[in-house]
Design a protein. Structure first.
Length: 302
């Protein structure tokens, strides 16, 4: 990696650490949203640099939909044990039962929208006033509208028209009672930046990010893994393909990409060559409508 790239990554790292420390300094009860994916794993790595040798000034929080990749959950638990930090898990399945919510129907029924109920209940339970997330502006159009400190009202709602200016890296965390802020330390990073940082820092990741063989079916040109949550129809053709995942969401809404990338260097080469964003290529639920993500965010989604 060239000196330019190393200097550029150092600048991104410094900015992210500064934002994390701003969150810790400005808010009374922050938390870090942790899914076991590459972006949230990178956030944990950044938090270690920001706060060690002390403990994190916030817990890790996972909203468990029940449709997670087993590899991601195993990695989550292993990492939390390794760093010795607190992990809070709340399950969407419990929320569905307690609130008598209606789940989506069909082969690719997703609980993504229902995560919001669990998240808002969690915020109320622990009185969190700031949640650190791993969203990046290059992922999706709605996320490109976010500020680094994104204010949510007392109902958890986000209004893209009411965004605060963030001039000279000054972040305004002032909120009214009941409101909370979603803070995005890696907002200015790209997918390629994340992978270059993972390579530079030698950050471990779940195995599904690297090429492996898996049984899949084709859905609108995408490869979706066969699992206990997705049962093939009689007209589906189950294929065994060499794939990897660019992003880790639920098994019900995340497609794989064909790949022979067994190393981080191989993955970086693939990303440089591709013309499709990671969510655009792999997230089934984002294809519901052009405003699918924005609609979810307005109601309190990550």
């Amino acid at each position: 990696m060239s000196k330019y790239h190393l200097d550029y990554l150092a600048q991104l790292e410094s900015e992210a650490i500064h934002i994390m420390r701003e969150v810790a300094g400005q808010f009374e009860r922050p938390a870090l949203l942790f899914s076991g994916g590459k972006d949230s794993i990178s956030l944990v790595h950044l938090a270690l640099k920001a706060f060690r040798p002390g403990k994190f000034p916030f817990p890790l929080v996972h909203i468990d939909t029940g449709h997670n990749f087993p590899e991601a959950l195993q990695f989550r638990d292993k990492l939390v044990e390794q760093i010795g930090e607190k992990l809070i898990v709340r399950k969407v399945e419990d929320t569905i039962r307690e609130k008598n919510l209606t789940e989506q129907k069909g082969k690719f029924a997703s609980r993504n929208a229902l995560q919001t109920y669990t998240l808002l209940d969690l915020i109320e339970e622990f009185k969190f006033d700031a949640l650190i997330g791993g969203a990046r502006r290059d992922e999706e159009k709605a996320r490109a509208k976010e500020r680094i400190f994104s204010v949510r009202d007392e109902f958890g709602q986000w209004d893209p028209k009411l965004q605060r200016p963030e001039l000279w890296n000054i972040y305004n965390g002032r909120i009214h009672k009941g409101e909370n802020v979603r803070a995005f330390p890696i907002s200015n990073w790209t997918e390629l930046d994340i992978w270059n940082y993972i390579k530079s820092e030698k950050i471990a990741l779940p195995s599904i990010y690297f090429a492996h063989e898996r049984e899949v079916i084709r859905h609108e040109g995408q490869l979706v893994a066969v699992s206990e949550f997705i049962i093939p129809d009689s007209n589906d053709v189950v294929e065994r393909r060499r794939v990897r995942y660019r992003t880790v969401g639920d098994m019900t809404c995340t497609a794989a990409v064909e790949s022979s990338a067994y190393s981080i260097e191989d993955i970086i080469s693939e990303i440089i060559a591709t013309k499709t964003s990671e969510r655009g290529e792999t997230r089934i639920d984002d294809k519901v409508s052009e405003a699918a993500m924005e609609d979810r965010k307005k109601t309190g989604y990550f």
